[in-house]
Design a protein around this ligand. Structure first.
Ligand code: C5P
Length: 235
């Protein structure tokens, strides 16, 4: 079934996150745990979430010298998550080191998928030029980063849904696009610049839709999740 939805568990405490998950009953979810929740609760929260039958994308966006990232990934590999990530801006050597660390940490067990952040979906082209001091078209930069990630052996990239098609065209068939910046029609964009509805993101070839506020801040999060699922099943 393509694409899959990942719910971004952007909550300040484990209690808030687990209370939110309880609303979904027995439905197995794919959730994204980011910096806020992980730094607040540590690895214990991952165990609690897995115990409830959910899969986890651990979104810590590592970006440091290759040796440091490799050591960190070796440790993170023990957390038993399904996916984790680094910043492609750290370069090819850093991405290769991350993959090696993850592989070493897993031993014979299944390695979590490793993906790279290209440009944050809150970055637009003007900001990339004026503040990050990167020239060229945003799309070209994202495609170049994706190629680097593929050549480093990674499984995919985090990108905007609007870039998924282009990325699939410059990478191998199995290379994954994980796309935040998804909004149900009518919801506020917030700090995201390049947003798409679930149906639009599916049409543009996203493999995983990362959805936060459109579900977590909805009056009825379970209904919002079902609406997202219906959009990608029927349209
Ligand atoms: O609430 P919203 O749907 O905007 O949440 C998107 C989630 O995806 C947040 O947790 C954010 O940190 C994450 N993310 C992103 N852009 C990236 C990578 C991750 O928005 N490039």
């Amino acid at each position: 079934m393509k694409p899959e939805i990942m719910i971004a568990l952007d909550f300040p405490t484990g209690e808030d996150a687990l209370r939110f998950l309880d609303r979904f009953g027995d439905e197995p979810l794919y959730v994204k745990v980011g910096m806020e929740l992980f730094y607040s609760e540590g690895p214990a929260i991952l165990e609690e979430i897995k115990k409830r039958g959910h899969r986890i994308f651990l979104d810590l966006k590592l970006h440091d010298i290759p040796n440091t990232v490799k050591s960190a990934m070796r440790v993170l590999a023990r957390a038993g998550v399904s996916m984790t990530n680094v910043h492609a801006a750290g370069g090819r050597k850093m991405m290769e080191a991350a993959l090696e660390g993850l592989q070493e940490g897993c031993g014979e067990g299944e390695r979590p998928k490793l993906i790279a952040v290209t440009q944050l979906t809150s970055t637009d082209e003007a900001m990339m030029h004026d503040e990050l001091l990167i020239e060229g078209a945003l799309e070209d930069v994202v495609a170049g980063y994706a190629r680097n990630a593929m050549e480093a052996g990674l499984d995919g990239v985090v990108c905007s849904a609007w870039e998924a098609e282009r990325i699939h065209s410059v990478t191998s068939g199995s290379f994954l696009t994980v796309t935040p910046g998804i909004r149900l029609a009518g919801d506020a964009k917030g700090d995201q610049s390049r947003v798409a509805t679930p149906a639009r993101a599916k049409a543009m070839g996203s493999d995983y839709l990362v959805i936060g506020r459109s579900i977590t801040k909805a009056e009825d999060p379970v209904a919002a999740y079902q609406r997202c699922k219906e959009e990608i099943t029927h349209e």
